[in-house]
Design a protein around this ligand. Structure first.
Ligand SMILES: [Zn+2]
Length: 150
């Protein structure tokens, strides 16, 4: 008789709460074969959206605020961080929860934040944010930031 194979990997699933840190899982984008650049473009201000409607942008060197590491980032992300995110309507009342949360992570170098902190940033109820991003469906790669991962 063969012995049952023990589960070597403990489940990494933890029930998220308003204190669970989230971030954008860029692997999700790769695995889902979604076009991140198209989605990024949807967050540009009107001027830049028109500028990049047909064009792509060259990578730009970006200094990570937390590690001081210089790494190239997508030129569209660069425009978002240095211009569009500074416009008063970058996150407004009608921005969906998913878009608003994504916009926060795009400009903060994807530093994990929990729904409580996100709620303060985007002016929405933390419970609503949690319900939106903790469901079975992963929206735009928004996932819990697991300890020690990545
Ligand atoms: Zn802009």
């Amino acid at each position: 008789m063969t012995t049952p194979v023990p589960a070597l990997k403990p489940s990494r699933f933890i029930k998220p709460t308003v204190d669970t840190p989230y971030h954008i899982d860029f692997d999700w984008w790769t695995k889902a074969s979604r076009d991140l650049r198209v989605y990024l473009k949807s967050h540009l201000c009107d001027v830049h959206r028109e500028m990049y409607a047909e064009a792509s942008a060259d990578p730009v060197d970006w200094v990570d605020a937390h590690t001081a590491e210089v790494k190239p980032i997508d030129g569209i992300l660069y425009e978002l961080r240095t211009h569009c995110s500074l416009q008063p309507d970058y996150i407004h009342d009608l921005t969906s929860v998913v878009d608003a949360v994504f916009r926060v992570f795009m400009v903060n170098d994807n530093q994990p934040m929990n729904p409580r902190e996100l709620g303060k940033r985007i002016g929405k109820d933390p419970e609503l944010i949690l319900r939106t991003i903790s469901g079975k469906t992963v929206y735009q790669g928004l996932r819990p930031a697991l300890e020690g991962a990545g």
